[in-house]
Ligand binder design. Structure first.
Ligand code: C5J
Length: 220
C-alpha cells in the first residue's frame, strides 16, 4: 500500500488496483467557442491546471497504472440528450448547434475531443458519457470491475459538476476516491473550494483530497 498525506486524513491505495480518472478535459470546456463558453463562462480559468493534469498523467504512465479519460458527449442524433438538458437556460448555442469547433458537445466533433496537451495514449480508456457522472449510461463500472480496480484518483473539470458527480457515484459503489486539488478546476473558484470542502467533510464522506506534489512524493 502507498500512503499519501491528504485531507481529512492519510489516503492509502494499492498500486495495482488504482486508476486515474481524468474528467472531461475537452476543447468544449477549456477552449473558446465550446460548450463551456456558450453557457457564459470564462474558459481561460480552466487552462491553469493543464500542466498539473499532464504531470499526473505522466506519473501514472511511468508506473504503468490504468488511466481513464472521460468526454461529456452526445450522439449526433441527440437521442441520448434529455430535452431538459438541451433546452434549459439561454446559452448562446445549444447542445447540437453548429459552433466554431463543430456541433456543441456532439461525439466526433473537433470541439468534443480531449485537448491535445492531454491526448490519451494507446491502451488508455476513453469513455464517452452523456451525463455529468461517468457511471451513468456507460460501461465504466464493468470496465473497472474487470480490471480489479478498488481505488480511484480524480482530476479534470469542472470540480463541482462532473468531477464531484462522478466521485459521488464512485463512492456509492464502494471505491475509495482521492481528488487532486490542483488538477481540477471550476469556472467558479468559490464552487471549487466548496466542492473540495464537501468531499472531505464529515470524515471524508465522499473521499479524500490532496495536491499533486504530495501524491507524487508518495509514489516516487
Ligand atoms: C459541466 C462538466 N460543467 N464536465 N460539465 O457541464 O463538468
Amino acid at each position: 500500500m502507498i500512503e499519501v498525506a491528504a485531507e481529512p486524513f492519510a489516503y492509502t491505495f494499492p498500486p495495482g488496483k488504482t486508476a486515474l480518472v481524468v474528467i472531461d478535459m475537452q476543447r468544449d470546456f477549456v477552449e473558446p467557442g465550446g460548450f463551456g463558453e456558450t453557457l457564459g463562462n470564462d474558459v481561460s480559468l480552466l487552462t491553469a491546471i493543464v500542466p498539473t493534469v499532464r504531470a499526473l498523467l505522466d506519473l501514472f504512465r511511468a508506473q504503468g497504472w490504468p488511466i481513464v479519460h472521460t468526454r461529456e458527449s452526445h450522439s449526433p442524433d441527440l437521442a441520448d440528450c434529455p430535452p431538459a438538458k438541451r433546452d434549459r437556460g439561454a446559452p448562446k448555442l445549444r447542445i447540437g448547434d453548429e459552433g466554431p469547433m463543430g456541433r456543441i458537445l456532439v461525439r466526433g466533433e473537433p470541439g468534443n475531443d480531449i485537448i491535445p496537451e492531454l491526448a490519451p495514449m494507446p491502451g488508455e480508456i476513453v469513455l464517452d458519457k452523456p451525463g455529468k457522472g461517468a457511471f451513468y449510461a456507460t460501461a465504466l463500472g464493468d470496465i473497472l470491475r474487470l480490471k480489479g480496480i478498488t481505488h480511484l484518483v480524480f482530476a479534470g473539470v469542472t470540480t463541482e459538476v462532473c468531477v464531484q458527480t462522478t466521485m459521488r457515484e464512485a463512492n456509492d459503489r464502494g471505491y475509495d476516491c482521492l481528488l487532486v486539488e490542483d488538477a481540477t478546476e471550476s469556472y467558479f473558484p468559490e464552487f471549487k473550494q466548496a466542492a473540495i470542502a464537501m468531499i472531505r467533510a464529515q470524515g471524508g464522506i465522499v473521499g479524500w483530497t490532496t495536491d499533486f506534489e504530495r501524491l507524487a512524493a508518495a509514489v516516487r
